[in-house]
Design a protein around this ligand. Structure first.
Ligand code: HT7
Ligand code: ZN
Length: 873
């Protein structure tokens, strides 16, 4: 497979102004008729042939302005169609046949649980009809869907329904019109036996919008939270960005087989059922919050993505980074802002940093790719959002909002670039953002080494910052970035933020300093007392910041820092220092000794005033094994697991009474509600229970059993069941698991949780369990949610996946090889843990590489080929 390069971008030679489609649905032989109104782009020579993308299409007929073409008029291959000569303006009529029932890749038109649905982003539309499948070709669409009245009573597409009726042979049709020009990746069609929940929203200009969520009948009681989230999102986008919805109808459909979370098709969002369905008895608090965030994300795309879209797929972060930033702010405003930031950053520093340090590292705007679906990554989405957040902080919210208004107005109905977006921000603020643009082209996580000195004689604090970005594949040299660092100086005597004076200018007590060079020393004057610096407040830039804090200084920041995020981060850094010692002790076979400063910090947290339970829960959560691994030069999975368990158990032993008191104080029989207050309370209670279960405290074991039996809500049941299954009390967990599996056998989303609970336990029988569970009727390798819940979750089980006999790696490779044939997109994502082989000891390195080599010998899809090739390069 050949890469595509950003530098080769050419505007389209032909535009499609209107697209008319007729689908005659059939599982094995759907007929798609297309009538495209096409115009030549004036700037391109009239000789240009018409090149259309098309994959896995059986061509039935082709005509221009009603005149049939013969084989001499065109050239057809596996990638599409080239018509040698066409007029300047014409209509192209085609008919093709496709087979939705055998489409296991879930791109284009496919069947899921008997219903028809589509996924066209990024390049799935070419599996539906011959078309210029690129986002800078935008057309209005008219779509007629014909289906069986019994099997497909509901026929949906983008826009508004304009006609419907019965046809011969028990068939019927619905015709849809979408007045907004759109790229074909936003096309959608759904047909099946669906049921709806309906509501209404009145927009800020007083228009009534009908809101519908379409689901299978048995899921009608699981839509309330998604609907409420949608309405909150619509209000938020009006109030925060002045963006109003632009059609009379907004539909969401839940489907069981879906490669990602959801898709923002114009007026007809298609969702993975896991990203839309919730019920207190079946979904956890985390799932409720996830649904809220994804509903918001897809809704926000209506402006940031649909009305203004990407010129080409290299600009993907233009819509994804901006939209993730928007959904993060929405969730922060709707729930607890500090907790949302802590959770997002905690995930980001674990998973995106790992991606940025691995063989598939790429810039937010890549300059080449083989398979674009491999680039729906944490870098494009989450690092992209961090960069938009930095922009917003750099120019200030008011300028950012003016820049965003200008962006939506200037480019409405167009396909644009990242430069267009940043230029709007530069114009709105008058800032020079030229150096800032490097964030989009340089891969890798910048590291800042910081060093501070207090000069008692002159009352000065000198802070030296040195930046460097490590080499990444294809980018050996890096230029310095513009890095905004929000900071404060916390007085060691007063415990208060001191006023910051830099070069004679008073900046206040919390300010942003700008690192633009490789190294810079900032001299703060009139610093009345020796301070501890609080750096990178609220994670003001996506960097690693090293400062030689002592444990006493971290304990000080943990209690005194005015920035909630940095208080949490000080706790994480303090725990990391203790964990580092314990990892070393484990490796050296030396007795492990718990750092009393960590224990005392925890005691203070557990017994102090608990104003914000959600933040307290985060403060009591130790860095994950995956995060700890990221901090180690060579990952020692067993030492990390042992060290972390030792800390948990030591804390539980010393602070047993305190944890028990927190547990008791946060139990409640209130009816379940996914409110921030209740979620925080459950989280705190369940964290306390986790610590107590780490020592298999008899009372805690009984409390877990009780919590499972009480069956109050899925958050509590799942947490307690997980603690039992992850303990050594198989006598208790085996019957509980069995009962849970039998009770929920009918509910695929709960069965996904049943799989995950089992394959994430630390006991050494997990590999055999995975093999056993793969044979169960509840598992299907064709369903991405099942693959993620069972195989994906197993690959995150660090001690078991990284078994020294290599059987964990072999199992993953087997599944990747099978999925490579069925669903290449999922196969390419699943292989990721093997690509991180460089991070492990020599023995594991060679075992992991051997599996990658084995995969490479297969006839590979371009998706898997691209990832494996990079991993072995
Ligand atoms: N924009 C959507 C991307 C998406 C996708 C991409 C590749 C293959 C399948 C997919 N399903 C959805 C999702 C989003 O970011 O909102
Ligand atoms: Zn998105």
């Amino acid at each position: 497979p050949q890469p595509v390069y950003l530098s080769d971008y050419q505007p389209p030679a032909y535009r499609v102004t209107h697209t008319e489609l007729t689908f005659d649905l059939d599982p094995a032989a759907t007929r798609v008729k297309a009538r495209l109104l096409i115009e030549r782009n004036d700037q391109i020579s009239d000789e240009a042939p018409l090149v259309l993308d098309g994959e896995q299409l059986k061509l039935i007929s082709l005509a221009i302005d009603g005149n049939a073409l013969t084989e001499a008029d065109y050239q057809l291959d596996d990638n599409g169609l080239r018509i040698h000569t066409v007029p300047a303006s014409f209509s192209l009529e085609s008919e093709v046949e496709i087979a939705p029932s055998t489409n296991t890749a879930l791109e284009g038109l496919y069947q899921s649980s008997g219903m028809y649905c589509t996924q066209c982003e990024a390049e799935g539309f070419r599996r539906i009809t011959f078309y210029p499948d690129r986002p800078d070709v935008m057309a209005t669409f008219t779509v007629t869907v014909i289906g069986d009245l019994q099997k497909e009573p509901i026929l949906l597409a983008n826009g508004n329904p304009v006609a419907s009726g019965q046809l011969e042979g028990g068939r019927h049709f619905v015709k849809w019109e979408d007045p907004h020009p759109k790229p074909c990746y936003l096309f959608a069609l759904v047909a099946g036996n669906l049921h709806k929940v309906e509501d209404h929203f009145t927009t800020m200009s007083g228009r009534d919008v009908t809101l519908q969520i379409w689901v299978e009948e048995e899921n009608l009681d699981k839509t309330e939270h998604a609907m409420a989230s949608l309405k909150r999102s619509m209000v938020w986008d009006e109030q925060t960005y002045g963006r109003e919805y632009d059609l009379d109808l907004f539909m969401i459909v839940a489907v069981n087989d879906f490669n990602m979370g959801a898709m923002e098709n114009k007026g007809l969002n298609i969702f993975n059922s896991a990203a839309v369905l919730t019920h207190p008895q079946t979904a956890t608090d985390a799932a409720f919050q996830n649904v809220e965030g994804i509903v918001a994300h897809e809704y926000f795309h209506n402006w940031s993505g649909n009305r203004v879209t990407c010129r080409d797929w290299f600009q993907l972060s233009l819509k994804e980074g901006f939209t993730v930033f928007r959904d993060q702010c929405f969730s922060a405003d709707t729930n607890s802002a500090p907790v949302k930031r802590i959770q997002d950053v905690s995930f980001f520093r674990t998973a995106q940093f790992a991606e940025d340090a691995g063989p598939t590292a790429h810039p937010i705007r890549p300059d080449h790719f083989i398979e674009i679906t491999n680039f729906y990554t944490l870098t494009i989405y989450e690092k992209g959002a961090e960069v938009v957040r930095m922009l917003c902080n750099l120019v200030g919210w008011e300028n950012f909002r003016r820049g965003s208004d200008a962006y939506f107005e200037r480019f409405d109905g167009q396909a644009v670039t990242i430069e267009d977006f940043v230029e709007c921000m530069a114009q709105a603020s008058g800032e020079d953002l030229s150096q800032f643009m490097r964030w989009y082209s340089q891969a890798g996580t910048p590291e800042i080494d910081a060093y501070g000195e207090y000069d008692y004689v002159h009352s000065e604090y000198r802070l030296t910052l040195r930046q460097r970005t490590p080499a990444t594949p294809g980018q050996p040299e890096k230029l310095p970035l513009h890095i905004p660092i929000r900071m404060g100086l916390v007085g060691t005597k007063s415990g208060q933020d001191l006023t910051l004076t830099l070069a004679g200018e008073k900046l206040g007590k919390d300010a942003v300093i700008h690192l633009r060079d490789d190294e810079h020393t900032f001299v703060f004057t009139n610093v009345a007392e020796a301070p501890v610096p609080s750096l990178l407040r609220d994670f003001s830039a996506p960097v690693k910041l090293n400062f030689p804090y002592s444990r006493e200084e971290l304990a000080f920041l943990l209690t005194h820092d005015s920035d909630g995020f940095n208080r949490w981060d000080a706790g994480q850094r303090l725990a990391m220092l203790a964990l580092d010692d314990l990892i070393a002790a484990h490796r050296n076979g030396v007795e492990k000794v718990m750092d009393s400063r960590v224990t005392e910090a925890f005691r203070a947290l557990l017994t102090g005033s608990t104003a914000n339970k959600a933040v307290l829960s985060e403060m009591l959560t130790l860095p994950s094994e995956a995060y700890i691994a990221e901090q180690q030069p060579i990952v020692d999975v067993d030492a990390i697991h042992a060290a972390r368990e030792f800390v948990r158990q030591s804390l539980a032993l010393v602070l047993r009474a305190e944890f028990m008191a927190i547990f008791e104080a946060n139990r409640t029989d209130e009816p379940y509600a996914p409110t921030p207050e209740q979620i925080a309370q459950r989280s705190l209670k369940n964290i306390a229970l986790s610590y107590l279960m780490s020592i298999e405290d008899e009372k805690a074991v009984a409390l877990c059993e009780e919590q499972v039996a009480a069956d109050h809500n899925m958050t509590d049941v799942r947490h307690a069941l997980t603690l039992l299954v992850h303990s050594d009390r198989d006598d208790l967990s085996a019957p509980a698991l069995k009962a849970f599996g039998e009770k929920w056998a009918h509910d695929p989303l709960v069965m996904d949780q049943w799989f995950t609970i089992q394959v994430t336990r630390p006991q050494p029988d997990v590999l055999e369990r995975v093999q056993f569970l793969m044979q169960q009727p509840a598992f299907s390798i064709k369903n991405p949610n099942k693959v993620r819940a069972l195989i994906g979750a197993f690959a995150q089980n660090r001690v078991n996946f990284h078994r020294l006999d290599g059987k964990g790696y072999a199992l993953l490779a087997d599944v990747v090889i099978e999925l490579n044939r069925l669903n290449p997109e999922i196969a390419a994502r699943l292989v990721t843990p093997l690509t991180r082989w460089q991070r492990f000891d020599e023995n594991r390195q060679s075992l992991m590489r051997a599996q990658l080599e084995r995969i490479k010998k297969e006839p590979l899809s371009s998706n898997v080929y691209e990832v494996v090739e990079k991993a072995l390069a």
